[in-house]
Design a protein. Structure first.
Lengths: 287, 327, 266
């Protein structure tokens, strides 16, 4: 039973990683833009959820929806005014810009709300435990696993079955070719950037119980988001899904077994994996 | 036949120019002018050395890395572990040991990591650094773990100059001397054909292959030398402060040195000097008073630099000079 | 200069024994798309050979296969009788193959002089030297100056490449290739982008190339082709369509048919 509960715990945190990182994966695959500020959108989402629940009395689900919309709108504004200027810039410039943006967001949150860690008060229907027959486990974690799986399914269907999904996939595979057959890659990117950041916001709010929520969030988890994207393969939703689950479970287990420095194995494994397969689990070679 | 004016210009640029003595004169002057700020000054010198090492890989070889603190930390922990566990407290040999260990780490990780490019490379540099950080956390028996190893003390330099815990006099001059020695090496490398080929690799990788240069070997070698120098910086840091902990391997330090180098101007040798002095003076005065406002300002500054001033302070000066000289 | 004497001795030896550069049944496909189809090709020492063909025929791909930028799906590339098919680009350059690119590949932030110095230094095996500054190595700077003089680039030697007009940049591209002192020189559309007022500089440079090196030019400018070439190969859809002297090619009706327009009416 211990094994199963550990597995469930790991899957739950993996799902949070997935929900936050999937947007980053698609935008990086689409535009090749190194967005180190992605975690900041997750953080902002978390803060919107906390604030709207605490001060406006919004129920949890509504707060998540608000977080999604608010952050997606902010993302559109930032993308059109600032990010778009750096699409042709060097990798170094993109790194610098997004680090700067993270600092700004962290500072603004610290100034506006304060440096303390924030707690999300879960609605009563997520409280307590659920009896699955063979094990009783935290309802919240089970709900996360369910939510992540549903999202994965929805995204997969969206990419495989809709026209927009097809355009995104085509542009990720070969942007120039897609442009030459008339795909408006610029508009596509704004859309996916908004969606991806909105999803990150939901992940930030949904996962606050597990990953915590404080101004240092974007930098603390930066490496994990990047690892999940790189290992999963840029632009590959299924790849990000499995990579996130893998990292989630590994991290959960390692933190229990080797509380001091256990995560070094995650970094070591990532190194070995990316050297053998730099395109990720499902990525295509020579992109 | 060195008739072409361009040839003479090139030769002149590679010879020593008079104003290159200025930073060192300033460094010595600071010793006498600011006797109460020598501990801060020592940290500035260490940071200059660290940024200089980063310039070799980033500014010249064009390798974008967020993990350079891995080598700073490798050097720092080498000196710390040698002192705490083996009673090896002679500073100069400690520097050599730190350079060797950090250089070896750089050689191995460079050989492994430089097969990739772009985001994957960036990721792998981060991973290497995080790996070392967590390893130091795990083997806390050796490293002191999260708390690190405080209270290290070292023998006098060359047996004569004691480390002055109160005023940092010998630390400052020690750091200045080490910086000078390393700078001589870096300057020599940068103007040599090896250094020019690194610039070529940065400017046009395909072309470098097409002129028959052994690109990967050059990159790995530059990476290893840069790592060794970063390790020396870490070692001087521990010698001067007597303390080493996990922060020497952290993202904060790696991001910080990257910011400093960009701020000063990368690929220009002296950008490290300008960036470190400006940044640390500003940080020292502003950050203590208003830490969050400092972070906000720094973030905005970085965004502006990325958009409008990617060549840093020295780049701005260059641009202004060009504007004034063409009427 | 003993180097030239040594090279001409080797050149006449190559002429006696076989081709300097040769491909045998060279094939390359990307999935279902075959871009090089059983190409058999010979380049003798001292050759002046042109490669022509309609757009998309695979001419640049062929050069990429010759230089090692692309690895073939099957077949061999031989340099002076030695199989170099598995050798990466940089190693082939060291064995004596140099090329220019269809689109300039230069060190745009560096000066013209520095661009050529990098190539010359690599050739002189001083590229990895760490002790003496590059600007003080007169053997390198002298040779670079000589090449710049030959291509009438001396006035621009101190200017950054990015500041030069495209046509002059094209000449720098050629200076770099010459700086490698190759035995085989592959020029990919060297005239493209050079304004007609300056094309004589290019023509003079090509005419002045050492007689023992083998030169292959890809070109669309038929004037240049017929003035320069002793042999012409026509490539269509990745396969050798025709080969012969300029006169034979000009008279070949099928070649005219395959080439759109009156490009061949020389």
């Amino acid at each position: 039973m211990d094994l199963i509960s550990t597995l469930l715990g790991g899957l739950a945190s993996g799902m949070v990683l997935f929900i936050v990182s999937v947007g980053l994966s698609v935008t990086m695959g689409l535009m090749g833009f190194v967005n180190l500020a992605h975690g900041a959108f997750a953080m902002l989402g978390g803060y919107v959820v906390v604030y709207s629940m605490r001060h406006w009395g919004l129920p949890f689900a509504a707060a998540l929806a608000l977080g999604f919309v608010a952050v997606a709108l902010l993302a559109v504004v930032l993308e059109r005014t600032l990010y778009a200027r750096l699409y042709r810039a060097s990798e170094l410039d993109q790194v610098l810009f997004t680090i700067g943006l993270v600092f700004v967001m962290i500072a603004l949150v610290t100034l506006g709300v304060g440096p303390e860690s924030q707690r999300v008060v879960l609605p009563h229907w997520l409280d307590g435990q659920t009896d699955l027959g063979f094990i009783k486990y935290r309802t919240y974690s089970l709900a996360l696993i369910l939510a992540g799986s549903l999202l994965m399914l929805a995204l997969w269907l969206g990419f495989e079955r809709t026209r927009i999904g097809a355009k995104i996939r085509a542009a990720v595979d070969n942007r120039r070719m897609a442009e030459s057959v008339g795909v408006d890659v610029g508009r596509l990117f704004t859309l996916t950037f908004a969606l991806g950041s909105g999803l990150a916001a939901v992940g930030g709010g949904l996962g606050a119980e597990i990953l915590g929520l404080d101004p240092q969030y974007p930098l603390r988890y930066l490496a994990y988001f990047l690892i999940v994207v790189a290992v999963g393969g840029m632009g590959r939703v299924t790849g990000v899904f499995f990579a996130a689950l893998l990292i989630g479970v590994l991290d959960f287990v390692l933190k229990i077994e080797f509380p001091k420095g256990g995560t070094m194995f995650i970094y070591a494994l990532t190194l070995v994996f990316l050297l053998a397969r730099p395109q990720g689990i499902f990525g295509r070679k020579g992109a | 036949m060195s008739g072409l004016p361009a040839v003479q210009e090139l030769a002149a640029r590679h010879r020593l120019r008079w104003w290159e003595a200025l930073p060192w004169i300033a460094g010595i002057a600071a010793f006498f002018l600011f006797p109460n700020y020598l501990s801060f000054g020592t940290l500035v010198l260490v940071t200059i050395l660290f940024a200089l090492s980063l310039d070799l890989v980033l500014g010249y070889a064009g390798i974008v890395t967020l993990g350079h603190a891995a080598f700073f930390g490798a050097g720092a922990y080498t000196v710390g572990i040698l002192a705490a566990h083996w009673n090896w407290t002679e500073p100069l040999s400690g520097l050599v040991a730190a350079a060797l260990v950090a250089g070896a780490v750089g050689l191995v990780s460079g050989w492994v990591v430089l097969r990739t490019q772009g985001l994957t490379l960036l990721m792998l540099t981060l991973c290497t650094m995080a790996l070392l950080e967590q390893a130091a956390n795990m083997f806390s028996g050796f490293t002191g773990g999260f708390d690190g190893m405080p209270g290290l003390s070292f023998q006098p330099i060359l047996g004569l100059f004691e480390f002055d815990v109160l005023y940092f006099r010998s630390q400052y001059l020690y750091a200045l001397a080490v910086l000078f020695a390393c700078f001589v090496v870096v300057r020599m490398l940068v103007y040599s054909p090896f250094g020019r080929s690194l610039t070529g690799i940065r400017e046009n990788l395909l072309r470098m292959h097409a002129v028959g240069a052994p690109v990967r070997a050059r990159q790995v070698f530059a990476y290893a030398i840069s790592a060794a120098i970063a390790g020396v910086a870490g070692a001087v840091f521990v010698h001067a402060t007597g303390y080493v902990n996990l922060a020497v391997l952290g993202l904060d330090r790696a991001a910080g040195v990257l910011i400093i180098l960009i701020l000063g101007g990368y690929g220009r040798l002296y950008g490290a000097f300008v960036g470190a002095v400006v940044y640390m003076v500003l940080e020292h005065t502003l950050s203590k008073a208003y830490p969050t406002a400092w972070q906000l300002g720094l973030g905005l500054g970085l965004m502006l630099v990325a958009l409008y001033a990617r060549n840093g302070i020295l780049g701005l000066i260059d641009a202004l000079r060009r504007r004034w000289s063409t009427p | 200069m003993s180097g030239a004497g040594e090279r001409s001795a080797r050149a006449s030896q190559a002429r006696a024994t076989g081709a300097l550069l040769e491909t045998r049944r060279l094939c390359k496909s990307f999935g279902a798309l075959q871009v090089a189809n059983n190409i058999g090709f010979r380049l003798e020492a001292g050759a002046r050979h042109a490669l022509i063909g309609p757009n998309g025929a695979g001419k640049t791909t062929f050069v990429n296969l010759l230089t090692g930028v692309l690895a073939p799906s099957s077949g061999q590339v031989l340099l002076d009788g030695e199989d170099v098919t598995r050798l990466p680009q940089a190693k082939r350059v060291k064995r004596g193959i140099a090329r220019t690119f269809q689109i300039n590949q230069l060190f745009r932030g560096l000066t013209v002089l520095e661009n050529v110095c990098i190539a010359v230094a690599e050739r002189m095996r001083a590229g990895g030297g760490m002790l003496r500054p590059a600007g003080l190595r007169t053997e390198v700077t002298d040779e670079a100056s000589r090449l710049l003089e030959m291509l009438r680039l001396s006035a621009d030697a101190g200017r950054r490449v990015a500041e030069l007009p495209y046509g002059r940049q094209r000449l720098v591209e050629i200076a770099i290739a010459l700086g490698l002192a190759p035995r085989v020189l592959l020029l990919d559309e060297p005239a493209a982008g050079i304004p007609s007022a300056e094309s004589h500089i290019l023509l003079d440079a090509i005419a002045g190339l050492p007689p023992e090196i083998a030169v292959l030019i890809i070109e669309h400018d038929m004037d240049l082709v017929f003035r320069f070439a002793q042999r012409i190969t026509v490539l269509v859809s990745g396969a050798v369509f025709a080969e012969g002297t300029p006169a034979e090619i000009a008279a070949n009706h099928e070649v005219r048919a395959v080439y759109l327009g009156s490009a061949i009416d020389a």
